[in-house]
Design a protein around this ligand. Structure first.
Ligand code: GUN
Length: 285
């Protein structure tokens, strides 16, 4: 079994990007990200703070717009309209999930496609769908693809089973893997026997947010397992982060596996940084 070391690879990627940020700054461009945080969950606040810390560490300006209730669709649309117009804002990210009273589709459609760093505006989703002139893809999806590529794992002809079909991860990931020649099974909340589907996977990617759902007898011997889940669970000593995969139980039967933490998580933040820098270079140099 080989550990897919997202922490190590992301550090290397971040170091490589530092020079590109330096060049942008020499051209008087200070790369920037604006994040709209419109929910009070501890998970969202933690993710946003991790993104902010990495931006600041690498010299990217990060502006957090934390909306405090009450707010409605129009309030968010007004913030977005200002950010879309601002010359000093290169990229925009709306942290999901949004509260139930907010129309998610309306909000995502209002992010300028040139600044939509998470690739969730329908124009960018459509480009990904059609494999046409892709600029932004959801950062977690790119994290999975880059980690597979870094370890030179062949995708073509493999059967990839994805557990979870959100617009943020499972659905766009299925498209990316399909474009790379994989055969896809996309499990979702209505799948009758998820275990038997996962059992067929040469590549298994879990992004459903159920702690340690995937057990050893779900996995075909030699499969490649990517765990996108980051779940906080209670332990006798406090709390602990675990993935969707029962790592200790599963790891020895796999050929490659990501740990949680230290797998897809740090890679996702690196991909965010990479897409911010790419957007800046595309639009300014
Ligand atoms: N919520 C949890 N992860 C993410 C992410 O990567 N991007 C956005 N926009 N929302 C999230």
């Amino acid at each position: 079994m080989i550990l897919l070391d997202g922490k190590k690879i992301s550090t290397q990627i971040n170091q490589g990007i530092t020079n590109r940020i330096k060049i942008l700054k020499e051209n008087n461009i200070l790369p920037s990200l604006a994040v709209i945080l419109a929910n009070e969950t501890i998970e969202s606040k933690t993710y946003v703070s991790m993104k902010q810390k990495m931006c600041e560490k690498l010299g990217i300006q990060c502006k957090i717009i934390h909306l405090i209730k009450p707010f409605n669709n129009d309030d968010i649309l007004k913030v977005l309209s200002d950010l879309n117009k601002a010359n000093n804002i290169h990229t925009i990210l709306v942290q999901l999930p949004l509260p139930k009273h907010i129309d998610k589709n309306k909000i995502l459609s209002a992010i300028s496609p040139e600044k939509d760093v998470d690739g969730l505006n329908p124009l960018n989703s459509g480009k990904l769908f059609q494999n046409n002139n892709i600029h932004f893809i959801p950062c977690t999806v790119r994290a999975c693809m880059e980690l597979l590529d870094h370890y030179k794992i062949d995708i073509q002809g493999k059967h990839a089973v994805i557990v979870g079909s959100s617009i943020l991860v499972g659905l766009p990931l299925s498209t990316c893997l399909l474009h790379r020649g994989a055969t896809i099974t996309l499990c979702n909340i209505n799948t009758v026997d998820t275990k038997s589907q996962v059992n067929n996977g040469d590549i298994v990617i879990s992004c459903c947010g159920v702690p340690r759902l995937i057990k050893k007898d779900w996995i075909k011997k030699g499969a490649i397992v990517l765990d996108v889940g980051i779940n906080k669970i209670n332990t006798p000593d406090g709390t602990k982060l675990v993935g969707d995969v029962d790592f200790d139980n599963v790891k020895d039967i796999t050929s490659y596996i990501t740990p949680v933490p230290g797998g897809i998580g740090p890679m996702t933040i690196s991909m965010l940084i990479k897409q911010i820098v790419e957007a800046c270079e595309r639009n300014n140099i």
